[in-house]
Design a protein around this ligand. Structure first.
Ligand code: RRO
Length: 305
């Protein structure tokens, strides 16, 4: 097979696929299974200071072309989760600890604790679309994104990634703010804020009413965001949003992503999706004369104008 390894912020990945935050990543056991199934890296469920049970059910709606979720940041809290991170590292792939908080200081404190637990990098979740007081509420402000990154960088000695919200018209501004704050990379995108209504019941389906849309339906939005960000910052971009096939991954890489994250694709194609997507990327490269993933990076920018 063609060599599809990449290096992102000093992390060596055997391939450019990562498990996205929120899927099979709340226990060491499930993360070890994903590592075994071929993922290049694993991003954990977003973790806060205290345990949280999340939003009331129903918290997920299956749609034709994706999922709508309003999980509501359920997690065991950083103290309990630290053990899972330590154990998950035995899988031999980088573990990227995702954290969320209500203030810039809380996010930074969690970043420090994640790094202490052994995470190889930290992803700041500045973009959950449906958690009051967290996520996109804070992450829609360039100033607050900048401060979160600056404080997180001070609190930990590992690379800091900022996961940005697509639910604004200025994601490239948020990326620039993250870069000013010293973030090592940006991750784009989180889910798109959405809603589903049950016509017979005449009411919203999700317990939380609003949720985040993921899966194939949002890929063009993710590609556009990565493309815009790539032209606005120097730091690496990691693409996420609807990556389901090798061709999807290639699209993101050509838009400017050094690696891609898969979440809903695991629900669509099963854990084997990592191996299959890698095979599909290799096949594409062979057929189109690319010798490395790096050669494909950002090529869509020098093409048509
Ligand atoms: O837990 C969630 O409900 C959730 C999070 Br933290 C997030 O960042 N994005 C999302 O769609 N759901």
């Amino acid at each position: 097979m063609t060599d599809i390894s990449v290096e992102v912020c000093g992390l060596r990945l055997r391939n450019p696929t990562m498990l996205a935050s929120g899927v099979l990543d709340e226990t060491a056991r499930s993360m070890l299974a994903v590592a075994k199934s071929g993922a290049g890296a694993i991003v954990t469920k977003s973790i806060g200071i205290e345990p949280r049970s999340g939003h009331p059910n129903p918290s997920v709606v299956e749609l034709e072309d994706g999922l709508l979720n309003a999980m509501g940041l359920p997690n065991p809290g950083i103290d309990l989760f630290s053990k899972e991170v330590k154990e998950a590292r035995k899988g031999g792939v980088p573990i990227i600890g995702s954290v969320f908080g209500g203030t810039e200081e809380e996010i930074a404190e969690l970043a420090g604790m994640m790094a202490e637990a052994g995470a190889d990098a930290v992803e700041l979740n500045l973009s959950c679309p449906h958690a009051k007081g967290y996520g996109a509420e804070l992450g829609s402000s360039p100033e607050r994104v900048e401060t979160s990154c600056r404080l997180a960088k001070r609190a930990c000695g590992v690379p800091v990634f900022a996961k940005l919200t697509p639910n604004t018209s200025y994601i490239a501004e948020l990326a620039k703010a993250a870069e000013r704050g010293g973030a090592d990379a940006v991750v784009a995108i989180n889910t798109l804020k959405g809603m589903a209504i049950d016509p017979e019941a005449g009411m919203p389906i999700l317990g939380n009413r609003f949720g985040g849309l993921s899966g194939p339906a949002i890929k063009p939005v993710g590609i556009r965001c990565v493309y815009e960000i790539y032209e606005s910052v120097e730091i690496p971009v990691i693409g996420v949003g609807g990556v389901t096939t090798g061709r999807d991954a290639v699209e993101y890489i050509m838009a400017g992503a050094q690696a891609v994250q898969l979440g809903t694709a695991v629900w669509i194609r099963g854990e084997k999706v990592f191996r299959e997507v890698c095979r599909e990327i290799s096949q594409f490269m062979k057929e189109n004369g690319y010798d490395s993933v790096k050669e494909m990076l950002g090529v869509a920018h020098s093409g048509r104008h």
